[in-house]
Design a protein around this ligand. Structure first.
Ligand SMILES: NC(=O)c1ccc[n+]([C@@H]2O[C@H](COP(=O)([O-])OP(=O)(O)OC[C@H]3O[C@@H](n4cnc5c(N)ncnc54)[C@H](O)[C@@H]3O)[C@@H](O)[C@H]2O)c1
Length: 456
């Protein structure tokens, strides 16, 4: 079957009628929902991963991601045979018309881009792809990587010509982890193929799973530039708020009042300060472009500065903890410090590059006695500390509470009740503007990032 000879309508029909097999390489936070949703749309899907434990789990219809409705969809599509799970890349590729790549990309310790996994996948594919296949890259990569690295490697290994014998497109993932099934479907998608026809066919493939707009770009590198630009935009704006937050603490101005008032201007886009930026995208994506810029002799100073500011926020939180304890004539050393929230964002079980990690490591170094509480990580070991199973146990006799993640359960904390359990005064360092300063109980020292210190 040569999809390039199909019209876009024929592609959509063929997917619906189960005539197309799509392989999804990498069944993590992004690949698994992708595989499941294509199976739902009618395609035959084979999901491949290198993790044998994950493969066994998925074959049993189970998974460890806390994504609403993902469980039922996996079970249903495994049972009806629409979704197959495999460790065998060669078998999978030989039986697919479409190959979607969702493997991890990251950075090295020196902040350079680490594409070792995706490069290995491309090398492997170069020896097994067959004519007329279309390869779609969902993983986040630098603009130009498809054109300058992937195509030459695939052509060399396969002896096939890209744009004639096989096709490639970028369709970077933009969904919202924690709500991925819904946001996968209703978030507009960016697609850039190596030829116009390839862009159109890739768009037709995704239109069978996406209810929202598909934006076609002129080539893969533009699609990848979109993905990096939107994440860098967010990282820089958060950095701006973090920088102002530190200033406004000193000037005794509440940054949240400032942001609220500024938002009344038509062209202001609110962003908020916090304890740092986590997740698999924002803390790493800027470095991909910084790297790429260096290759053409250009320095991305603003983007780098924003990263530095955001990476310093955990240290700022630790300084706020030290200063707040000092008011009560205590020091970090030997104090019971309770971290509330470990995930990098609310109501999701995901600790990837979470600022909580840096804060805990810094507090450990300063010999604090650390307790952890996060409803998503109960009883698990995080940095060799067992996460408490109950909020009450975690805060008992605490000298200081530190809010890192505004999970619903944490924002609903009743401070009057909590105060009965902690040491007096109740000291809170809040990285997320969790509490309303008017509702603070008496004998509280409350330091919210970006706000004046409150002693009640
Ligand atoms: N998680 C997010 O919020 C998010 C959002 C947008 C984009 N992305 C991007 O999507 C890509 C995938 O991220 P993720 O969060 O799904 O990663 P993940 O770590 O959750 O999952 C990756 C999966 O790939 C598997 N894998 C690794 N090497 C493999 C190989 N050689 N062959 C087959 N499988 C392999 C791993 O075992 C794992 O199951 C990354 O480029 C990431 O930057 C992630």
């Amino acid at each position: 079957m040569n999809l390039m000879e199909f019209s876009e309508d024929q592609v959509k029909k063929a997917i619906k009628n189960g005539q197309i097999t799509i392989s999804v390489i990498g069944l993590g936070r992004i690949g698994l929902p992708t595989a499941v949703l294509f199976a739902e749309s009618g395609a035959n899907v084979i999901g491949v991963d290198i993790d044998p434990k994950l493969i066994e789990l998925l074959k049993d219809g189970k998974n460890e991601l806390d994504e609403p409705s993902l469980d039922e969809l996996i079970k249903k599509n495994i049972k009806n045979g629409k979704l197959k799970i495999s460790l065998d890349l060669k078998f999978t590729i030989k039986n697919s018309q479409v190959i979607i790549i969702c493997v991890p990309t990251s950075i090295n310790k020196n902040h350079s881009a680490n594409y070792s996994i995706i490069k290995k996948v491309i090398e492997d594919l170069s020896g097994i792809i067959i004519p007329n296949q279309i390869i779609i890259i969902e993983s986040t990569i630098s603009p130009g990587m498809v054109e300058n690295y992937m195509i030459p490697v695939l052509e060399r290994g396969s002896k096939l010509k890209c744009g004639k014998d096989f096709f490639i497109a970028s369709c970077p993932e933009r969904a919202n982890p924690g709500n991925i099934i819904k946001t996968f479907k209703n978030t507009p998608r960016i697609i850039g193929g190596i030829t116009q026809k390839c862009t159109n066919i890739a768009s037709a493939i995704y239109s069978s799973v996406i209810d929202s707009e598909i934006i076609k770009t002129t080539n893969p590198k533009t699609a990848n530039a979109v993905k990096l630009t939107e994440n860098i935009f967010r990282d820089i704006n958060i950095a701006l708020m973090n920088e102002l937050a530190i200033l406004y603490e000193k000037l005794e101005i509440n940054i949240f009042d400032v942001i609220k008032a500024s938002s009344t201007k038509w062209n202001f886009i609110p962003h908020y300060p916090g304890p740092g930026v986590g997740g698999s995208c924002l803390p790493v994506n800027p470095y991909y472009l910084i790297d790429e810029a260096k290759k053409v002799g250009y320095e991305l100073n603003l983007i780098l500065m924003a990263r530095e500011i955001n990476e310093q926020m955990p240290e700022h939180i630790v300084q706020l903890i030290g200063k707040s304890l000092e008011i009560a004539k205590k020091s970090i050393k030997n104090s019971n410090i309770c971290i509330l929230g470990l995930s990098y964002k609310p109501d999701i079980k995901d600790i990837q590059l979470s600022p909580a990690i840096s804060i805990i490591n810094k507090l450990k170094h300063l010999e604090a006695k650390i307790r952890l509480f996060d409803p998503y990580f109960k009883n698990q070991n995080i940095l060799d500390i067992k996460v408490n199973s109950s909020l009450e146990n975690a805060v008992k006799d605490a000298d200081c509470l530190v809010i890192v993640t505004k999970h619903k359960l944490i924002s609903n904390i009743n401070l009057q009740n909590i105060q009965k359990l902690t040491k007096s005064p109740l000291i809170i360092v809040d990285g997320r503007k969790t509490f309303n300063s008017e509702n603070l109980p008496n004998k509280t020292i409350y330091q919210c990032v970006g706000c004046p210190l409150i002693i009640s």
